[in-house]
Design a protein around this ligand. Structure first.
Ligand code: ADP
Ligand code: MG
Length: 303
């Protein structure tokens, strides 16, 4: 029987769905909080120790949550995922993909580099430089969105139309990530969340709200939506470019009808999407995860 670690300190609905879907496939799963993992680098022990696994390593690792923490804590939690990978344990999504997507600056850079449609974006250390850019955009009739580099669920976002609206350096955590604000059509605000599994876009929904931040955690409504060709193409390209096995891609359409990726998530939630989707997303995700583990194990065995 395959023994799977689900990395999460707050399993909740998603953890339970994964546990059920894994057990349908004959796998046993254990929830593993990264806070309880350690390195033991003496000769007699398993180098990476996961609670519930004793001296053994899991057959696969599904990363469902990385807790907030200090720079040192987060660095170490990513070390654990990297180390498991080094030891031949399949990690889904792997640490490199998570690092790339959790950092909005790197995501924007990689999308831009690959010519994948995304709004213009600037990242500065210096507030004065950021102010100059806001002024320039203001002159061209554009607003900007300030975002924390590691933010999620719409937290800390600020719409900026004038230079003085930029947060101070302490509030900004020292870095100004600025993305051009995308004006959309219609009486209400919405974006699309496209879910990609194993390289294929499998479902989408519209997230609608009265305000411009349309995260489900912020109270947006989830509506079923057609997975059109442009949404499919963009989302699949983005997930591939960031090196993810699966992901959730946030897409807006501007008033000229152009689709643009505003963010890519490597640990996306799917409870909202499941509520408008006719098939079981957790089952599909777990099947892809197990086939990922199987290919990784075959490669490891061949080496
Ligand atoms: N450039 C933008 N133009 C217009 N709306 C945006 C823009 N960036 C973000 N938003 C709105 O804010 C929400 C959250 O932004 P996002 O970049 O996805 O950050 P988070 O990681 O917090 O989800 C988006 O789903 C969208 O509704
Ligand atoms: Mg988002």
């Amino acid at each position: 029987m395959q023994k799977i670690a689900i990395i999460s300190d707050k399993p909740g609905w998603h953890g339970e769905q994964l546990r059920l879907a894994l057990s349908k496939q004959g796998c046993q799963s254990t929830f593993v909080p990264l806070q309880q993992c350690s390195f033991n680098l003496d000769t007699n022990s398993a180098a990476v120790s996961l609670p519930g696994f004793g001296r053994a390593l899991p057959d696969g690792v599904f990363v469902r949550g990385i807790p907030a923490g200090t720079l040192q804590e987060i660095t170490f939690w990513l070390d654990i995922l990297h180390a498991l990978n080094e030891l031949g344990v399949p990690v889904y999504n792997d640490a490199r993909g998570i690092e790339r997507s959790v950092d909005k600056a790197m995501t924007s850079f990689l999308l831009h580099k690959a010519n994948i449609s995304t709004p213009p974006c600037w990242v500065f250390r210096d507030r004065a430089e950021a102010k100059v850019q806001v002024k320039r955009e203001q002159g061209n009739g554009h607003e900007l969105v300030f975002k924390p580099l590691f933010g999620s669920q719409g937290e800390g976002l600020k719409r900026i139309s004038k230079p003085d609206q930029l947060p101070d350096a302490v509030t900004a955590n020292g870095i100004y990530y600025l993305q051009r604000f995308i004006e959309t059509e219609g009486d209400y605000c919405f974006d699309w969340r496209v879910f990609v599994i194993g390289g294929c876009a499998i479902a989408t929904m519209q997230r609608q709200s009265s305000g411009w931040i349309t995260n489900v955690a912020n109270g947006a409504d989830c509506l079923s939506a057609v997975l059109s060709k442009p949404l499919t193409h963009l989302a699949e390209q983005a997930v591939k470019q960031l090196g993810l096995s699966y992901g959730g891609v946030d897409i807006l359409r501007n008033t000229a009808g152009k689709y643009q990726i505003i963010e890519v998530n490597s640990i996306p939630a799917w409870k909202g999407l499941q509520s408008v989707c006719s098939f079981d997303i957790s089952d599909l995700l777990v099947k892809d995860f197990l086939s990922f583990c199987h290919s990784a194990q075959s490669i490891e065995a061949a080496n």
